[in-house]
Design a protein around this ligand. Structure first.
Ligand code: DGL
Length: 273
């Protein structure tokens, strides 16, 4: 039996990834889940993010999904490895859960001339050091400078991302990042919410510094993965359909979602039960 590809985020951010998946792989069906009732994840402990993410993964499996993308850096950083190594062998040995940190790390080093890259992310992602570890595998010579940006997700989730209030916190975190090294010439927005701030961030960057969003990178990587795994493709339904679920209020989700997804959507509520 085939089923949609599951796409998960703590809230709205994963929609910036789904938008690119739909662009590059429009033939597949997708089912999106935002755990808005318990967002943000970025400030929560390892144990809590793992527990919440595992609940979501089980929910996707209950919907019949064989492939789930954690379109959330925080969940990828804090829960993916445990889920892949400890849980999947018991709850779904023939199922796959993928994240966004590895595909981003596989290419990030290609964007820098100076060998210095910046990672802007939630406090949870930064503390996990996942990007340091992953980038060291693919680009051992590249120096990684991390900056936690705890105010950005609340600004975005509260619709302040294009208002003057956002400017202060953009400047402030960029100043802190560049104070680590003036040689940074490529910055990854390592939180799926942050593309909403991209235009403003770009306006504060020194000339020649590249700003990288993950959506297209993750979509390219998934396309490659599916090409290499026909057995997974056989389990993914392909009618170009989209479904959206939230653990919070569906009407509120619908109102906010278009800013992230670029078009109007219809959402349903789920209790994850
Ligand atoms: N969108 C999530 C990420 O990519 C973070 C948002 C949150 O803190 O819940 O890390």
């Amino acid at each position: 039996m085939s089923a949609p590809i599951g796409v998960f985020d703590s809230g709205y951010g994963g929609l910036t990834i789904l938008k690119e998946l739909k662009k590059q792989l429009p033939q597949y069906d997708y089912i999106y889940l935002g755990d808005n009732a318990r967002a943000p994840y970025g400030t929560r402990s390892f144990e809590t993010v793992y527990e919440y993410t595992l609940e979501a993964v089980n929910w996707f499996f209950d919907q019949g999904c064989s492939l789930v993308i954690l379109a959330c850096n925080t969940a990828s950083a804090k829960a993916l490895r445990n889920i892949q190594q400890l849980d999947l062998p018991n709850i779904g040995p023939d199922k796959r859960v993928l994240g966004v940190i590895r595909p981003s790390s596989e290419v990030l080093g290609n964007f820098t001339q100076t060998g210095h890259v910046g990672i802007m992310a939630t406090a949870g992602t930064v503390q996990s050091d996942s990007y340091l570890l992953e980038l060291a595998k693919f680009f051992p010579a590249v120096k990684v400078h991390q900056q936690a940006c705890p105010m950005w997700v609340p600004l975005i989730e509260n619709g302040e991302y294009d208002k003057p209030g956002a400017d202060y916190f953009i400047q402030s975190y960029l100043d802190q990042l560049f104070s680590q090294s003036a040689d940074i010439d490529a910055i990854l927005l390592a939180c799926t919410h942050y593309p909403l701030l991209a235009a403003k961030i770009q306006s504060y960057l020194p000339h020649g510094v590249k700003l990288i969003s993950q959506g297209a990178i993750v979509a390219e990587s998934l396309a490659q993965y599916l090409e290499n795994h026909p057995e997974i493709v056989a389990k993914c339904s392909q009618q170009g359909q989209l479904q959206f679920y939230t653990t919070d209020n569906a009407q509120t989700f619908e109102k906010q979602a278009s800013a992230f997804f670029g078009q109007k959507i219809e959402a349903k509520h789920t209790d994850l039960a």
